[in-house]
Unconditional design. Structure first.
Length: 258
């Protein structure tokens, strides 16, 4: 994946179903009152409500072309919560599976704004929150965050979310630079987080060599993915740092994701 190709639409839908299943299994048997460490102030019910509202919000964005979906009360009690979750999750998957990827719709991503944006975005929304749900129960990170999924998620952060944070004025352009390099994805190369984020490819113009970075963090793609989403830290034993560690901490300390 030297050019950081985006995972195919159909593959994202398939993997989204798998991540929904991971989350639902926790909702079905877990402690709904358990705190979610990565989301201060939330318990597992709050997390389920957040994602369940997103199911409906994305469906409106695709079918009605705007982001103003009404919110609905999150049902109390496990049985009612699961019924509500299943309705939204199933409807979203059916909608994505039956929609032309190139159908114009509302998104918050770069142009062209089409339905192609949503399976990938919802895949990673669910994958990260599946980790959160499992962590609330003291369970390990799911094996479903495999290297290909994680590498695609790294690309989403580096090429979409980080530049968007700068563009919207939520953070200034970075003054330090960091490369992330998966060690378990053949041909993945590296992503560089620097400046305004408009060149995350890790490659400069032809013949100029790679974009420089003050630090490089290497390790399994899943660990790098969780690092960028602030679900693990530089002290994670799976990760190694080369170069200026202060640069890595500066970049990771910025709000490169919402």
């Amino acid at each position: 994946m030297p050019d950081h190709q985006v995972m195919a639409y159909e593959e994202c839908v398939r993997r989204l179903i798998g991540q929904q299943a991971v989350l639902r299994a926790v909702l079905e048997s877990g402690d709904l009152s358990a705190a979610v460490p990565a989301c201060p102030g939330w318990n597992l019910t709050d997390l389920a409500g957040h994602i369940g509202q997103l199911h409906r919000w994305v469906s409106v964005a695709i079918t009605q072309g705007h982001p103003n979906a009404p919110t609905s009360p999150v049902p109390a009690g496990r049985a009612a919560l699961l019924d509500w979750w299943d309705g939204g999750a199933g409807a979203l998957v059916d909608l994505l599976g039956g929609t032309d990827p190139d159908e114009p719709c509302w998104t918050f991503g770069p142009h062209p704004r089409t339905a192609r944006f949503w399976p990938r975005r919802q895949l990673h929304e669910h994958a990260v929150h599946a980790v959160d749900a499992l962590e609330s129960q003291g369970s390990p990170v799911p094996d479903s965050i495999d290297p290909a999924l994680a590498a695609d998620g790294i690309d989403e952060v580096a090429a979409m979310f980080f530049p968007r944070q700068v563009r919207l004025g939520r953070i200034p352009a970075l003054t330090r630079s960091l490369a992330v390099r998966p060690t378990d994805v053949a041909g993945a190369g590296r992503w560089v987080l620097a400046g305004d984020g408009l060149d995350a490819s890790g490659a400069a113009s032809e013949g100029a060599g790679p974009v420089p970075a003050e630090a490089t963090v290497s390790g399994p793609a899943s660990a790098l993915y969780l690092l960028l989403w602030r679900r693990t830290g530089l002290d994670d034993p799976r990760l190694s740092i080369a170069g200026d560690e202060s640069a890595a901490r500066s970049v990771l300390g910025a709000a490169i994701v919402p």
